[in-house]
Design a protein around this ligand. Structure first.
Ligand code: SF4
Length: 316
């Protein structure tokens, strides 16, 4: 089962400053059947108890500090050291993604309040200190805040990125070779085309360049995943997904009757116009691909990018 790092309070652990949890039920219920959830609470990790005083991000002469505003205790150094060690440990534990708690001065990914000592009002332009270190050290690992996961489109896309990362880890076990990398890219090319057409082209070029320069395949693989996840950070639209569906249809169309082909094209068109959910053309396509004996890895990676039982495909 792929491992997923999670801010511990989202798992319902009572680690928040007030002694409560902040359970995010999609994670603890549906997702926990498919992912091994590893809770991390950075504030408990640096030895702050529960309950504890609240801390905040403060901009002092251009540098961000993590402080208790009442006592002025500064936790910046402790958090930086902890975050570095924990980020390495999580990477070695082979997590395939991280879900962060929004708005937290330790865990928030974006728009976290940053104060100035001389001003009572905060500006929402910060990143929690733990999240900042983790994402800087591991730009190849997909991350998201739990707030975005309430949107099924965002949740499905994030899980697809986690699955993509997990397959990359599996494939690279025992070391990468140029052949393995090309095979991985080819297996995922329709998936990439559907999520980020630009990434599909650029990643192909990145690999060609890396091999020309004689780079070590392990290094090329890391560059590949870092660039892929950066591109996949943007939510896909129906257009590229519909285009990838048409590509699959093109591969099987010689084995279909004219009316079957037309029916499939009509359903894809209706999905593209927003009249049908994505699951409608994908279900039909899956059936046709199976019937035509074309269940190749590439087709399957695109048609079934996340486990069906998560129920997300019915909502996108
Ligand atoms: S947001 Fe992060 S630091 Fe705060 S309680 Fe949750 S896990 Fe701990």
């Amino acid at each position: 089962m792929p491992k997923l790092g999670v801010s511990a309070c989202l798992l319902g652990e009572k680690v928040r400053y007030n002694g409560d949890g902040a359970e995010f039920r999609s994670l603890t219920r549906a997702w926990s059947h498919h992912l091994d959830l590893i809770g991390v609470c950075p504030e408990v990790g640096i030895g702050m108890g529960t309950p504890r005083p609240t801390i905040r991000l403060v901009n002092r002469e251009g540098k961000i500090h993590l402080v208790n505003p009442k006592t002025d205790d500064d936790f910046t150094q402790d958090m930086l050291e902890y975050a570095e060690l924990q980020s390495d440990a999580l990477m070695k534990a082979e997590i395939c993604g991280f879900v962060f708690k929004k708005d937290s001065p330790s865990c928030g990914l974006e728009r976290v309040r940053v104060y100035r000592d001389d001003q009572p009002q905060a500006i929402r332009n910060g990143t929690g200190l733990f999240a900042l270190v983790f994402t800087t050290l591991n730009p190849h690992i997909p991350v998201i805040e739990e707030g975005r996961l309430s949107d099924p489109l965002q949740a499905e896309h994030f899980l697809a990125r986690v699955e993509f990362f997990s397959l990359w880890l599996e494939e690279g076990r025992g070391g990468w070779t140029a052949d393995k990398l090309m095979r991985f890219h080819n297996t995922n090319k329709l998936f990439l085309l559907s999520r980020s057409p630009k990434a599909k082209r650029e990643l192909g070029r990145l690999l060609a360049h890396a091999f020309e320069q004689g780079e070590h395949p392990d290094h090329a693989a890391l560059q590949y995943m870092t660039a892929a996840q950066k591109s996949l950070n943007v939510l896909t639209k129906p257009g590229p997904i519909a285009h990838a569906m048409e590509r699959v249809l093109g591969r099987v169309s010689s084995k279909l009757t004219r009316s079957e082909r037309q029916e499939m094209l009509d359903v894809i068109h209706e999905y593209r116009r927003g009249l049908l959910p994505r699951s409608a053309p994908l279900t039909l396509l899956k059936h046709l691909v199976r019937r035509c004996d074309m269940e190749t890895e590439t087709n399957t990676r695109f048609i079934s990018p996340t486990p069906l039982s998560l129920g997300l495909m019915a909502k996108v």
